[in-house]
Design a protein around this ligand. Structure first.
Ligand SMILES: NC(=O)c1ccc[n+]([C@@H]2O[C@H](COP(=O)([O-])OP(=O)(O)OC[C@H]3O[C@@H](n4cnc5c(N)ncnc54)[C@H](OP(=O)(O)O)[C@@H]3O)[C@@H](O)[C@H]2O)c1
Length: 338
């Protein structure tokens, strides 16, 4: 079968090579999936650049996100059957509850081979059926970014209609955050470096947009937009460059879902900021299979369609990564295999 592999994390985008690998075979409680499409996440860029903080296997097949059709099931499989359209879960071994200390070792496209191959074997509990109204390209966008946004806003912050969330930038996590928030009746303040992207976010339902380049004290602007109260939750993807202002933008008792490091990984944090806001900060690691299923029910009930920026072919994988590196995208970047 055709696949891509990365000889060594940190070798760069051009080090990704096309290879022939044997078609894998499912064993007990595993399924074989014929992959139709994959999608990219910022983490995949970190892996090729060598800035990803978790272990990456040598010659790993990249990408956590992909969707396709189940074409064979191993003994004991109950959750899915041949013909089902499924997406893989980011962690192959985190079904429900709290993640274990070694959950990260089962991350697709990092600790173990990922989805950028014609066929993949996945754990039975490491696949979810994609909502019926979505294509496989759309389904391929869900496993990492969407589940992460759902985890931060629903499982952690427990947002309800009338709450306010602040989303940073217009990448994969934030645009799913926007769509899911609006489906729940949550007010959205979104930031971006681009007025054009803010206008697109408003078309998707964002209530307020703040350009974080022209308004560097966007935290104060967010507090003003909430009548002085502050937002209930920040989906914090910016990292070192944004975290202090995220504390500035939340209400007393507000929540922060700590997710990413788009502006750099490390900074000094003043504990007084947490104390002053009685802030509740939770580190988020994508989510479990159970969270993915719950999110899919919300996506199906609201007929949500993922915002796909651009679809690349299997021979254009490097161009797809470079497009992500340019930050020109809005929402998700897809690679079509079939
Ligand atoms: N912990 C987890 O489980 C988890 C899961 C998913 C993602 N992540 C992390 O979350 C982050 C976002 O991932 P993604 O896949 O959504 O990335 P992405 O699609 O590549 O998002 C890129 C966008 O983020 C915005 N951005 C960049 N720097 C920013 C800054 N300083 N302040 C505000 N926005 C900024 C830009 O939007 P504009 O062009 O609109 O300015 C940029 O286009 C990454 O750090 C990723 O590693 C973590």
């Amino acid at each position: 079968m055709r696949a891509y592999q990365l000889p060594k994390g940190g070798a760069g985008i051009d080090a990704l090579v096309k290879v022939e690998r044997p078609k894998p075979k499912p064993t007990y409680r595993q399924v074989l999936v014929k992959v139709t499409a994959c999608s990219l996440n910022f983490r995949d860029l970190g892996i090729v650049r060598g800035t990803y903080r978790l272990p990456v296997s040598e010659n790993v097949i990249p990408l956590s996100d992909g969707a396709g059709e189940v074409i064979e099931v191993g003994e004991g499989v109950r959750r899915v059957k041949v013909g089902d359209q499924v997406a893989g879960t980011f962690f192959q071994r985190w079904h429900a509850g709290e993640p274990g200390p070694d959950t990260h070792l089962s991350a697709l496209g990092g600790g173990i081979d990922g989805m950028l191959a014609e066929y993949v074997v996945l754990e039975e509990e490491g696949v979810v059926k994609i909502p019926a109204h979505l294509s496989l390209e759309e389904g391929a966008t869900l496993p990492c970014a969407a589940v992460t946004a759902w985890h931060a806003m629903v499982e952690h912050a427990k947002l309800i209609a009338g709450s306010t969330v602040l989303l940073q930038g217009t990448g994969g996590v934030s645009i799913f955050g926007l769509q899911l928030a609006k489906a729940m009746g949550v007010q959205v303040i979104i930031t971006s470096s681009s007025d054009d992207k803010l206008a697109r976010a408003k078309q998707l339902g964002a209530d307020h947009g703040i350009n974080y380049k022209t308004t560097p004290d966007w935290d104060k602007a967010a507090v003003e937009l909430t009548g002085g109260r502050g937002v209930d939750c920040v989906v914090e993807v910016g990292g070192a460059g944004t975290i202090a202002r995220s504390f500035g933008s939340i209400r007393v008792g507000g929540k922060i879902g700590l997710i990413g490091g788009l502006s750099g990984p490390a900074t000094e944090l003043n504990p007084g900021m947490i104390l002053a806001k009685r802030a509740n900060v939770q580190g988020i690691s994508v989510g479990s299979t159970q969270m993915f299923d719950a999110m899919n029910r919300a996506i199906a009930a609201n007929k949500l369609k993922p915002a796909i920026d651009k679809v690349f072919g299997f021979d254009e994988v490097q161009a797809a990564y470079k497009h992500m590196a340019s930050s020109a995208h809005f929402g998700k970047i897809v690679i079509r295999l079939a």
